[in-house]
Design a protein around this ligand. Structure first.
Ligand code: FRU
Length: 330
């Protein structure tokens, strides 16, 4: 289990905020102003019939190139769901960055706070998508600095309702979180945990929503975590003050833990055929943030998020997903 951080708690701010469960007011029509802080990548996605063996040479049945990255994917969906989204991250000065920027802009995402890093290379992922299983195998390369706390300090926070962070670059991200709490205590904050990194535990205080990937839980808790993910999640309560914790659990669904309650599994809503699981976790996160921003309670929001992630797995890519969800009444 990740170690208990020795740092101040932020209980005052949390006490001042209305509980997420009671935030409901304007139902489906409320839209948020959401700032996402994290990575945008260039994804090159090759579709193959069956995942190849090592050292094989196979022909792809299809290929597409798109902007990816956890934060960028989550923002793309949130924007398509009608929220006013802003991305804060770094861009290289190469053709990949032009594609990333154009893709984000095409979804209406404000990129004015993105920082150019002239010497770097756009982060990229070579992704092999198996049609036999829908699994996605990702080889990621990055040689670009993350957004610094100094750059984040220049973003006016007053116009946002929600800030979503990727759990990366802990020393800088911790400063960004502290700034949000200090200067804009009214903003709701979510943090995604995908990979165990040194000092990641310093990011767990002052959050409203903690979104955890299965890979993180298994890396932290070991393979035994799979036997009782709810117990692992409960163990986190002592080192985070997040009011709501969500743990994605792939084909089984997602675990929900509300502070003061017990964990429960919200079962998956799988499509008839799984064709593309790339970004399913990012979709779950977007669905959860969307639900809470629109005033749903955590259980209802996660029910919706799980349904959205299931819908995503039955379709290629993220384009058109929000419209399809709307058409199905999600
Ligand atoms: C999917 C994804 C891809 C990206 C990779 C980065 O969750 O965000 O779009 O290439 O993960 O780790």
């Amino acid at each position: 289990m990740i170690k208990v951080p020795k740092r101040a708690t932020w209980g005052m701010r949390l006490n001042q905020l209305p509980p997420i469960e009671q935030a409901s007011s304007s139902g489906n029509e409320s839209r948020g102003r959401i700032l996402g802080v994290g990575v945008a990548t260039l994804d090159l996605i090759n579709t193959v019939d069956v995942y190849p063996a090592e050292d094989a040479e196979v022909r792809a049945t299809g290929q597409r190139q798109t902007c990816g990255g956890n934060c960028a994917n989550t923002l793309t969906l949130l924007a398509d769901l009608g929220h006013a989204c802003t991305w804060a991250g770094t861009l290289a000065n190469d053709p990949g960055a032009a594609l990333i920027h154009a893709d984000l802009r095409a979804h209406g995402i404000d990129c004015t706070h993105a920082i150019r890093c002239p010497g770097g290379t756009s982060p990229s992922s070579c992704i092999t998508l198996s049609q036999a299983t829908g699994s996605r195998t990702i080889v990621h390369y990055r040689d670009l600095p993350d957004l610094s706390a100094a750059a984040f300090a220049r973003i006016p926070l007053g116009r946002f309702d929600w800030v979503h962070f990727e759990g990366r670059n802990p020393d800088e991200t911790r400063r960004m979180l502290e700034r949000c709490r200090r200067e804009a205590p009214q903003i709701s904050i979510s943090l995604e945990l995908e990979k165990l990194r040194p000092r990641i535990e310093t990011l767990l205080r002052g959050l409203d929503l903690l979104l955890i990937a299965r890979a993180f839980a298994l890396e932290d808790g070991g393979p035994g975590t799979a036997a009782d993910p709810g117990a692992w999640l409960t163990g986190l309560l002592s080192i985070t003050d997040a009011r709501v914790l969500v743990l994605g659990w792939g084909a089984q669904g997602a675990w929900l833990l509300k502070r003061g309650s017990v964990p429960r599994l919200v079962p998956a809503r799988p499509p008839e055929r799984v064709v593309d699981t790339l970004g399913a976790g990012d979709t779950l996160n977007a669905g959860m943030i969307d639900g809470l921003v629109r005033g749903l309670g955590p259980a209802e929001a996660l029910g919706q998020a799980v349904a959205l992630a299931g819908l995503k797995c039955g379709r290629a890519g993220l384009d058109g997903l929000a419209a399809a969800a709307r058409a199905q009444g999600l």
